[in-house]
Design a protein around this ligand. Structure first.
Ligand SMILES: Cc1cc2nc3c(=O)[nH]c(=O)nc-3n(C[C@H](O)[C@H](O)[C@H](O)COP(=O)(O)O)c2cc1C
Length: 414
């Protein structure tokens, strides 16, 4: 018997947090954007990281130490000579413990110090001593950013292997519009996830994921589509990125672009086919999580179809050719999705061979907590040979990892 909606809400799926067991050193410097670092610290903690904040003296003019201590449940370092802190005893302790050092926001001053290798505060000293990946997210007035000195310093940092994220264009604290805004915190968390997972078990693998529901035009105003939101596909793409894969996400969904992933927008089945089929030849894994239209209007009007006098209007639809069998490559392993409302396993099994899939991820979208728009999914892996593995209700990121776990042994030796 299927559980009721209220039962589903009370089930807490076991979730693997993306930064579980990882230490992130978050450097906060004296930019007006320092207030955004409080939310960033919180997001990193919610992603499972242990977050050690180092603030420059100027940063403490903008945000209080207590804010970060309360959010991270960890002491905050503000000076090399600060009494009774780990760094006052061992000034490279955080550098050694860090899985990633993220400086957000990074002032022009700190960027300049990093480019020169100056180490006169705990943050710059930590960057010099760490072997962990370093991400610097500058935030400053547009003219400060455009200045020859800052541009030169950023070039030096990039050459030294530092990932410089942003800044982006938008409204600045001065009221002017320009390039100097701190990149969004969601993007920074994504970049940290990618950095800490860069040597994961998908390192060196090319993974293509499709997501969202395709929209088949009826006229310039209208289309037919389906309820897919793209959340499942995005979760798979992010899981693959977090394990070191080089990911191409081909999406019909309107979700914001995940960091560290190549995103190609494809609204119709044709656009999706054109983005996926040629790219498949050098990919290791293709996961078709997109809900591709099975039918499309037989004719697309180039003018808006007007209301008729008649109360009825009919739309002729034709079958869309499934392009998944056309995607092939020497190393390519394919995983299909089957969203069903009845006979889930049997319907999914019938899809394995025609699509050339290694297995099909089947889900009953009529079940509560499963399918479109939810953050959870209950799926069954169905093989061509009749095998079926029923997974419990899980977060979509966990489902993504489960798909990658199952596909990994099928990938060719490299
Ligand atoms: C109100 C105010 C806002 C500032 N905002 C920025 C900023 O967004 N980016 C920046 O590079 N510097 C900014 N500065 C200048 C820095 O605070 C200053 O260069 C300081 O020395 C930076 O020190 P730090 O790099 O050790 O944090 C601002 C200064 C003030 C007074």
């Amino acid at each position: 018997m299927s559980p009721s909606t209220s039962e589903i809400e009370s089930i807490q799926p076991v979730s693997r947090l993306p930064l579980d067991g990882k230490t992130v050193v978050l450097g906060v410097t004296g930019s007006i954007a320092a207030y955004k670092a409080a939310d960033l610290a919180s997001k990193l903690v919610q992603a499972g990281a242990s977050v050690d904040v180092i603030m420059t003296t100027a940063a403490t003019e903008f945000v209080g130490v207590s804010t970060f201590e309360a959010l991270t449940h960890r002491p905050v370092t503000t000076g090399l000579w600060q009494a009774h802190t780990e760094l006052s005893i061992d000034h490279v302790a955080l550098a050694l413990r860090a899985d990633c050092v993220l400086i957000a926001p990074a002032t022009a001053n700190t960027v300049a110090k990093l480019a020169l290798g100056i180490a006169d505060d705990p943050l710059t000293a930590t960057v010099l001593a760490t072997g962990a990946p370093v991400i610097v997210a500058p935030a400053m007035d547009a003219d400060m950013f455009a200045s020859a000195a800052t541009q030169r310093n950023i070039e030096v940092l990039t050459g030294d292997g530092v990932l410089v994220a942003g800044p982006v264009s938008g409204r600045l604290a001065s009221g002017l519009i320009g390039k100097g805004r701190l990149v969004d915190n969601e993007v920074l968390v994504g970049l940290v996830r990618q950095a800490v997972g860069r040597h994961g078990d998908y390192e060196g693998r090319r993974v293509i994921v499709s997501a969202g529901g395709t929209r088949q035009p009826i006229d310039p105003i209208r289309f037919i589509s389906n309820r897919s939101t793209g959340k499942m596909g995005y979760a798979i793409a992010e899981a693959a990125r977090d394990r070191g894969a080089d990911v191409l996400l081909v999406t019909a969904a309107g979700l914001s672009d995940p960091a560290g992933i190549e995103v190609v927008k494809a609204s119709t089945v044709d656009e999706m086919r054109d983005a996926i089929v040629p790219s498949s030849s050098d990919a290791d894994l293709l996961v078709m999580a997109a809900a591709i239209s099975d039918f499309t209007p037989a004719r697309v009007s180039d003018q808006k179809i007007k209301k008729q006098d008649s109360k009825k209007m009919s739309l002729e639809l034709t079958r869309v050719e499934d392009f998944m069998p056309l995607a092939h490559g020497r190393r390519l392993v394919k995983v299909a999705f089957a969203a069903e409302t009845s006979n889930v396993e049997a319907n999914a099994r019938a899809k394995v061979a025609p699509k050339g899939a290694a297995f099909v991820v089947a889900n009953d979208v009529s079940e509560p907590g499963s399918g479109f728009g939810t953050d959870t999914n209950r799926v069954t892996f169905v093989d061509a040979d009749g095998g079926a593995e029923v997974l419990p209700l899980m977060g979509k990121l966990d489902v993504g990892h489960a798909i990658l776990d199952r596909a990994l042994p099928l990938l060719a030796e490299r």
